[in-house]
Ligand binder design. Sequence first.
Ligand code: AMP
Ligand code: ZN
Length: 126
Amino acid sequence: MVISRMSTTTVNNPDCIFCQIATGAIPATVVADDGELMAFPDIHPRAPVHLIIIPKAHVMRSVAEMTDDQTALLGRMIALAKKLAEEKGIADDGYRLVFNVRHHGGQEVDHVHLHLLGGQPLGPLG
Ligand code: AMP
Ligand code: ZN
């Protein structure tokens, strides 16, 4: 696996699905893009609203790799999810935010991402 550094702030892994979405190589319906973060619908939605929020750069595979200087980035991902939940009209009823972490967490794509799910009662976890 070759990870290329395109600039001092942008790291891209050409083998990674979410990096390819970030660069536009794989199409997605982009619902947010502030240069640092991007959001798009999950291709296999598990709820009426199911968005994926990513950092556009391949900065960590999962929360398990997070370093102290990356906590603010994770906070900005949560803040974007909150904003999108409001925009989608699901904030008042509530929603679920999920970081799947590694194999036992059910993580399939090794590019850190946050799931925003809502639009109906989601029931208990698990
Ligand atoms: P996780 O299991 O937490 O790694 O979640 C990865 C998610 O990415 C899954 O829910 C997939 O349905 C979703 N996914 C995979 N490929 C794409 C794609 N090309 N566009 C949108 N979502 C995708
Ligand atoms: Zn990636």
